[in-house]
Design a protein around this ligand. Structure first.
Ligand SMILES: [Cu+2]
Length: 788
């Protein structure tokens, strides 16, 4: 009886949930075609639901809104009130953030930070006045849902708008690998994506190209290689399909393209086959029109671009992924196809050499790969991007990860933090002025100037964008200056701001209403970061000081410094983060917080907020592998957290000898080169045959406890010393995953107990390789390597 009573609340929930679904379904059919309008209230219903897609020839699950990917475009006019019902029909929590929209804090849609999370089977109503115009978008802010398809456009018209024909085009990237698995592979430091992209920089190829020295230099500073992106995407989408056909356009038609980069982790080069593209708005704000041949759109940015068809043909608008590994297209008009030119693929080895040359140049100049920290030095050399620009244009490619030197910045930065982080000033200090000047004239704030095609093309740079109104901040306000270092560790795929991973962030960045806020972004990493501040527009300082463009998302170049400024007119907390989804979820986020105003949601959902934070950098991952060989099996499993790892490895041969080692390791320093561990060993050895070939009955059993320390040397050589409970000291040297060729990896281990291991792997698939090895205890063998 008691059990039945306990069942009642459960049954009640099931009925409620089912009822909710039914209710939504009927709503859905009514609402899917158009919003309902009552006076200036515009009502939309968004049904978030599982779906099945087929972008690559394989059926995969995804998430759609009203059955669509991208989600339906929401249209409003300035002065409207948006009323948006989000019906969560998933069995998991959902959130919707209105990207680039100025709205009350609790409508911003970041779950647990600003807005109540939308639990499974629940509906949340967003209501906010439309006080701006332009092209924007919306997306989930819950874990990896955005990569699953949860994004859509949002267009706000002026009350009196000169409308011409228009197309909304949302760009995105798609992977058949589950996004969670993508993140796990990045955390595992798997090189499967590099293999897929053809971006492995192996010793074999470097030797063949005469660039062994460059390859060694990279390894010497513990940098895995030069690359632009972390993830391989098999498909890029132009508003939901790889190729889109828009035949209803004719000669001389001008079309306003509202282009939104809704990708999880891709910048795109845009090209139009029918002539120049006229850019008229950036991030929703009108700018002085600029005609260009190419433009790079960073993740989460939007541009309004006008194209004109020169003839009655089909003209391609192409969006090429920045790593040139694929593109999506839209064809305008009918008739003969006119394609946009192909962009030559990247030469990683060439880049490697050029980056090394740049680094030595910087070293010679005594520059600590840090921008903006030595402003007083009038002989300050140009920032690296500038150097890049002056030389070969194809070299503007970043190195993946974090340089040794870049990490020095953290130390230095600590001093700087004490000095003037969050500093209040009434007027600009000398240093501030110098830095600003630098941002204006030296750091060009472009995307990578890797010209897609010939060098005469006009390529958009931030410095070319001028707002059509003056954007300078009021001069009678106090200034607050904030320095944010974008930092990271590629080896363990940890990303941070001021050395803090969001999951471990205790102190928010405090500002005060009524101030002018200036934020310096110092990118100490070798990757670009599209930084996005919620709920505000900021001016990105360019050489057109007065009319610097207003944006909600902007690209910070590798090893460069950029400045943004905004008026603090809001209240409560606003998310500030890198919009590369995997960087954000690995910790590159912080909170801009208005002093003395607190979000009710964070208090109300304190535990949820903790979990939300944890999911931005402190997730736990598991990986394992097993080499099944002719002489035995070698297995290894790791559970990895932010600062610790639990690992167990074991070997067993067909005769019954086995050995198992289990350790728990804690990383000590910021760079995570140092670690300390405790270990338990367990061995059972059946002695080998004696000289006459008789099997000896001599068996040996040994249990050991040990403590040790390990350090990662240049060249990715790991050294490790441990002492066990019998007093025996063991020193071990190892180098793993050494890239011999694109697909061949070498592992080598040696220790003072005279044990050694040499293994070669030929990688065939993400989780399958052919392997052969020699182990001092187990002998020669060949077989397969299975990886998870
Ligand atoms: Cu980033």
């Amino acid at each position: 009886m008691k059990q039945i009573l306990l069942l009642i609340p459960f049954l009640f929930f099931v009925i409620l949930c089912y009822g909710q679904h039914k209710h939504i379904s009927s709503d859905y059919s009514n609402q899917r075609k158009a919003p309902s309008r009552q006076g200036n209230k515009v009502v939309y219903h968004l049904n978030v639901k599982d779906t099945v897609v087929n972008f690559t020839g394989k059926k995969k699950s995804a998430i759609a809104i009203n059955g669509q990917i991208p989600a339906p475009t929401l249209y409003f006019t300035e002065g409207d009130t948006a009323i948006i019902y989000v019906h969560n029909m998933l069995h998991e929590e959902v959130s919707i953030h209105w990207h680039g929209i100025l709205l009350p804090n609790d409508e911003d849609g970041v779950p647990y930070l600003t807005t109540t999370p939308i639990k499974a089977c629940m509906t949340h109503v967003f209501k906010f006045p439309i006080i701006q115009t332009g092209t924007f978008w919306y997306h989930s802010h819950t874990e990896l849902q955005e990569q699953f398809g949860l994004y859509g456009p949002l267009v706000m018209y002026k009350a009196e708008e000169n409308k011409i024909k228009e197309e909304v085009l949302q760009l995105s990237d798609w992977t058949d690998i589950k996004p969670k698995e993508v993140l796990r592979l990045l955390k595992r430091n798997s090189d499967w994506f590099e293999i897929q992209k053809g971006a492995v920089q192996s010793y074999g190829e470097a030797l063949g190209k005469g660039q062994l020295k460059d390859r060694l230099k990279f390894d010497w500073i513990r940098m895995p290689g030069a690359d632009i992106s972390d993830v391989f995407f098999p498909r890029y989408l132009m508003h939901g399909s790889a190729q889109r056909y828009l035949p209803l356009y004719h000669k001389k038609d001008s079309i306003r393209l509202r282009i939104i980069n809704g990708s999880a982790a891709t910048y795109f080069w845009l090209q139009f086959a029918g002539g120049k593209m006229k850019i008229v708005a950036a991030d929703g704000n009108d700018i002085k029109p600029i005609e260009v041949d190419k433009l790079l759109i960073a993740t989460a940015e939007t541009y309004d671009v006008i194209i004109t068809l020169p003839d009655d043909k089909q003209y391609e608008l192409r969006a090429t992924a920045q790593d040139i590994k694929g593109y999506s297209s839209a064809f305008f008009g009918e008739g003969e196809k006119v394609k946009a030119p192909d962009i030559p693929s990247l030469d990683y080895y060439k880049t490697m050499g050029e980056m090394n040359a740049m680094m030595s140049k910087m070293k010679k100049m005594g520059m600590k790969m840090t921008m903006g920290l030595k402003m007083q030095d009038s002989h300050m050399p140009d920032p690296p991007m500038n150097m890049l620009k002056g030389s070969e244009k194809t070299m503007a490619m970043p190195m993946k990860g974090m340089s040794d030197k870049g990490m020095d910045m953290n130390k230095k930065d600590m001093d700087m933090k004490n000095m003037d982080n969050h500093k209040m000033t009434n007027s600009m200090s000398m240093k501030s002025m110098m830095m600003k000047k630098m941002a204006m004239t030296k750091t060009k704030l472009t995307g990578f100037d890797m010209p897609p095609g010939n060098g005469d093309d006009k390529v958009l740079a931030y410095n070319m964008i001028q707002s059509d109104t003056v954007t300078s901040l009021p001069s009678d306000r106090p200034w607050r200056e904030i320095h944010l270092n974008l930092s990271g560790n590629m080896l363990r795929y940890v990303w941070s701001i001021n050395g803090k991973i969001f999951s471990t962030l205790n102190e928010k960045v405090k500002i005060h209403k009524g101030e002018n806020v200036r934020i310096y972004f110092h990118n100490a990493t070798m990757m670009e970061h599209p930084m996005h501040l919620h709920g505000h527009f900021f001016r990105v300082i360019t050489e057109h000081e007065q009319v610097s463009p207003m944006k909600h998302t902007f690209n910070v170049n590798p090893m460069a410094m950029s400045i943004i400024e905004f008026e603090a007119t809001e209240q409560k907390d606003w998310f500030l983060h890198c919009h590369t989804l995997y960087h954000m979820l690995a910790g590159m986020a912080t909170v801009i917080s208005y002093e003395d105003t607190e979000s009710q949601v964070q208090k109300e959902y304190a535990d949820g907020y903790k979990t939300f934070k944890k999911k931005h950098g402190s997730q736990t991952f598991l990986w394992a592998n097993a080499m099944v060989q002719s002489q035995g099996t070698f297995a290894n499993a790791t559970v990895s957290g932010l600062k610790w790892q639990l690992n167990t490895s074991g070997n067993v041969n067909w005769k019954g000898s086995y050995e198992a080692e289990t350790y728990i390791r804690r990383f000590i320093d910021k760079r995570q080169y140092w670690s300390a561990y405790i270990q338990a060993d367990n061995r059972f050895t059946i002695a080998k045959k004696d000289g006459d070939g008789n099997i000896s009955t001599n068996e040996k059993h040994q249990d050991l406890f040990a403590v040790g320390m390990a350090y990662l040397l240049p060249m990715f050589i790991s050294i490790d010393g441990r002492i066990d409970h019998t007093g025996n000291f063991r020193f071990q040297v190892s180098r793993r995953d050494f890239p011999v060729t694109k697909r061949v990896r070498l592992d080598a281990v040696w220790n003072t107990d005279d044990e050694y291991f040499l293994g070669l792997r030929y990688v065939i698939r993400k989780n399958f390789a052919l392997a052969g090895n020699y182990d001092s205890d187990y002998g020669w063998g060949a077989g397969i390597d299975l990886r998870y």
